[in-house]
Design a protein around this ligand. Structure first.
Ligand code: ZN
Length: 429
């Protein structure tokens, strides 16, 4: 199996099964219900884990929850810890409703403070970091490979376009340097004691420490949205490699989700939450929608795109409602997924399948086996449909139409078919 690697900018072969394949994915910063764009790396990583396990790999998936961050302090001044705890629960609930299972470990930054402090201490000892006024900064000049992942070196960008966690500081020896530890500020309701005084970790060091705590000093795949390549992932690599860890061997960055052609972001005010999307479209349609886009490319989120995904989900249900025909080829499906996890191609292959067992097996990889679950109408609806067949047989079409209306009012659609008993009942969506 091969996957595109951001670091080498080419497809990389995974080690042979059983691996292991250890995966770390940057999870959300929790201060509100996650938006639908944040669901993409979650869905992708769970699908990848499911597929690798079906092809005999041993997989460990770690996906963190960032529950210490400037955004959280800003969203709930004086009560950030409470908000982060509540928003973590929303995240687990909403992603749980996708029905894909959960990562093996979901560490929180607040539960990894001792490891974070130990890693910062090592970086200071090695000359890669320095304390200044209660903060600790990473010394970018001490790590010559800085910028290799992103092709960006941070010099002018660190000044012009500070990341969400960085602000220009007099305490930095170099504007590229970034905070590993931040001294406690008035109004921040969470802090931890450290060798540098009371404070809390920077965002980037949280991931370096959590990845190592749960996967060890080296692992196969690091994932996250393409917007995290710089500075977040560039900084993670710098911290971990400067501390002597090999860290991630491959980097997998998913494309962004765009709303009406624009990247969905809080600053643009064009956010749709995963919760809203689940309530409006249901998990099956959402999953088919994600399947239709290659993980590396941006995807557009619109009523149109979701409507098409709903129609595709329905066409799979129809395959199961009709008699099976032995057709299809698992190899084509497997080849699509093993070649850079090409889900749009795998989706196209499945659309050609009329073999119920085969299609059920393919859909199951993506948590969509429910599309093949039998739908049995209640006995009274079945009675109405039988009465309608009889009415039509005696050419009483008015009665037939009335019965159809009654069936629809009960939430079912009746379709005429040749096979006995002459109709098919399908839930109305
Ligand atoms: Zn991260």
């Amino acid at each position: 199996m091969r996957l595109y690697d951001t670091a080498t900018r080419q497809l990389q072969e995974l080690p042979a099964p059983p691996g292991p394949i250890r995966i770390y994915v940057c999870g959300p910063t929790v201060y509100q219900r996650i938006h639908i764009g944040n669901a993409r790396p979650f869905v992708l990583s769970l699908w990848l884990k499911r597929w690798l396990e079906r092809t005999s790999y041993k997989v460990t998936l770690v996906e963190n929850i960032t529950d210490i961050n400037d955004k959280i302090y800003a969203a709930a001044p004086g009560a950030s810890a409470e908000l982060a705890a509540r928003a973590s629960e929303w995240y687990v609930q909403d992603t749980g409703d996708l029905g894909l299972g959960r990562p093996d470990r979901e560490p929180k930054a607040t539960e990894t403070i001792p490891q974070i402090v130990a890693l910062i201490e090592q970086l200071i000892e090695g000359g890669h970091a320095y304390p200044a006024g209660g903060d600790v900064y990473f010394r970018v000049a001490s790590y010559p490979d800085y910028g290799k992942l992103s092709g960006r070196h941070g010099d002018e960008e660190a000044v012009r376009n500070p990341s969400e966690e960085e602000e220009p500081s007099e305490l930095k020896q170099d504007p590229r340097d970034f905070a590993l530890w931040k001294a406690h500020k008035d109004g921040e309701d969470t802090w931890w004691e450290s060798p540098w005084g009371r404070g809390r970790p920077g965002w980037h060091i949280e991931c370096s420490a959590m990845a190592e705590a749960f996967l060890g000093p080296v692992f196969e795949i690091h994932g996250g949205g393409i917007d995290l390549v710089f500075p977040h992932h560039e900084n993670e690599i710098a911290q971990s490699r400067a501390a002597g860890r090999e860290f991630a061997r491959m980097w997998m960055h998913n494309g962004m989700l765009r709303l009406a052609g624009e990247k969905m972001s809080k600053s643009l005010g064009n956010i749709v939450s995963l919760r809203e999307a689940l309530d409006e479209w249901g998990r099956e349609t959402l999953l088919v929608y994600f399947l239709g886009g290659h993980w590396r490319k941006p995807i557009d989120f619109s009523d149109d795109a979701l409507g098409q995904a709903a129609a595709q989900a329905e066409s799979f249900r129809n395959v199961f409602r009709n008699p099976a025909q032995p057709s299809g080829d698992w190899d084509a499906f497997e080849a699509a997924l093993d070649d850079d996890f090409n889900t749009p191609e795998a989706l196209a292959v499945m659309h050609g399948w009329r073999d119920h067992e085969l299609l059920g097996r393919g859909l199951e990889v993506f948590g969509l086996e429910s599309l093949g679950q039998s739908e049995t109408a209640p006995a009274e609806v079945d009675e109405l449909a039988r009465a309608r067949v009889e009415a039509r047989a005696r050419k009483d079409f008015d009665a037939g139409d009335r019965l159809r209306d009654e069936i629809e009012a009960a939430g079912w659609e009746v379709r005429d078919v040749d096979a006995e008993p002459g109709f098919q009942l399908v839930p109305k969506r």
